[in-house]
Design a protein around this ligand. Structure first.
Ligand SMILES: [Zn+2]
Length: 393
């Protein structure tokens, strides 16, 4: 079966898969993989309209996994786009459409690569595709992994095909991501008349005092693998409709992107101590918590470096910057890296990728697959050449 990754990307863009909908994309991909001998299981979560695909070509060990998502963020105002975001269009060698970069082209490239390679590999290949990466992740990759865990499905190595390149294809491989923890802080006071502050207790002042202290703390200065951790306050809500009333309640949300010098527990303790030094009338909750990951540099990262260099002539660097991704969940199953197209236009109006880069990415994945399944004798040589690094986990 012959697949053109450009045509497949274009087809995937036509599905209006605004997160967490898949709009038929999951079934379409399953039909392609089935024809190539993959066993496909669609995992549906009808309460939130999420569809996930678990596809497996079982042929012993090792089991190489590719992961991605077909959901996209909302295109925003359609009149701001030069062409319809769900009608793929090529202009000057660039393919335009919502999801062109994040990440329908990445999905198309790895589907093409695994279908093209399947008859020549000595092992198994698994594909995990979700419609809930941009939202509702508990029903997306997390849910697929729980489903796999219950059935004792194992994978040995995973490539998440998110767009990781910065300026040109192949310049960056993500070997980790910072963790992300969002706190909800509620401060309490006593309601009263603005003319009688001595009879009231304004909750806003406590909240602002705490937020100032949190914002001004230096969490760390980063290290070899990660940029410094930092905090952003995202919203402050009082909900006070009376301008002559001192409010008795104020709420804020803030997010900390943290590196491997912290854990979510250590950050909770730190923030909690700051709060309790200001007031006792507060509640601190963890609203959302995504753990960081940092992969070990090993034979497989070498294989990816070589594959990239062979196809693009670019020497990739290892990076951990940017937001979170599903790799943060997969890391609990096996070692994982992320590699894909240029991320410059993701989530933007007129999102686009170079058509030629989609072909190149497909070739890189094919080259990786070929060498990943190469003989064990070479594996030993490669592993022994990698120095131990105590900072890597
Ligand atoms: Zn993405």
């Amino acid at each position: 079966m012959k697949i053109d990754p450009i045509e497949l990307t274009k087809k995937l863009i036509t599905f209006r898969s605004i997160t967490p909908e898949d709009d038929g994309a999951i079934k379409y991909i399953a039909s392609i993989l089935k024809k190539s001998g993959f066993h496909c299981q669609i995992l549906e979560y009808s309460n939130c309209r999420v569809k996930n695909l678990y596809a497996e070509y079982a042929n012993g060990v090792p089991n190489l996994c590719f992961a991605g998502h077909v959901d996209v963020v909302h295109p925003g105002k359609l009149e701001n786009w030069v062409s319809d975001p769900f009608k793929p269009e090529v202009r000057n060698g660039m393919l335009y459409g919502r999801g062109a970069a994040d990440m329908k082209s990445g999905v198309a490239a790895f589907i093409t690569a695994i279908v093209n390679s399947i008859s020549n590999i000595n092992g198994s290949i698994t594909a995990l595709i979700t419609s809930a990466e941009e939202s509702a992740s508990e029903y997306g990759t997390q849910a697929i992994l729980e489903w796999m865990n219950k059935r004792n499905k194992k994978i040995d190595y995973c490539i998440v095909c998110e767009p990781t390149s910065d300026e040109k294809l192949g310049d960056a491989i993500k070997i980790g991501r910072r963790g992300s923890i969002t706190f909800k802080l509620i401060c309490y006071g006593k309601q009263g008349h603005v003319a009688y502050p001595e009879l009231a207790d304004n909750a806003i002042y406590k909240l602002i005092d705490i937020l100032n202290k949190i914002k001004s703390m230096t969490l760390d200065s980063g290290n070899k693998y990660f940029q410094p951790s930092h905090c952003e306050i995202t919203t402050i809500d009082v909900g006070n409709s009376g301008n002559n009333v001192i409010p008795d309640l104020a709420t804020a949300y803030f997010n900390i992107r943290y590196n491997n010098l912290h854990t979510s527990d250590s950050l909770y303790d730190l923030v909690n101590t700051i709060c309790s030094n200001v007031t006792q009338d507060y509640k601190l909750l963890i609203h959302e918590d995504r753990k960081l990951f940092l992969s070990t540099l090993d034979r497989n990262t070498d294989i990816m470096l070589d594959a990239i260099s062979k196809v693009t002539n670019v020497d990739a660097v290892f990076s951990t910057n940017g937001g979170t991704s599903d790799a943060a969940f997969i890391k609990d199953f096996c070692s994982v890296i992320e590699f894909g197209l240029i991320n410059k236009t993701i989530h933007q109006v007129d999102e686009c990728v170079l058509v030629d880069d989609i072909y190149k990415l497909t070739n890189i994945y094919e080259e990786f697959i070929k060498n990943y399944f190469y003989s064990d004798i070479n594996k030993v040589d490669l592993i022994s050449s990698i120095p131990n690094d105590p900072l890597l986990i």
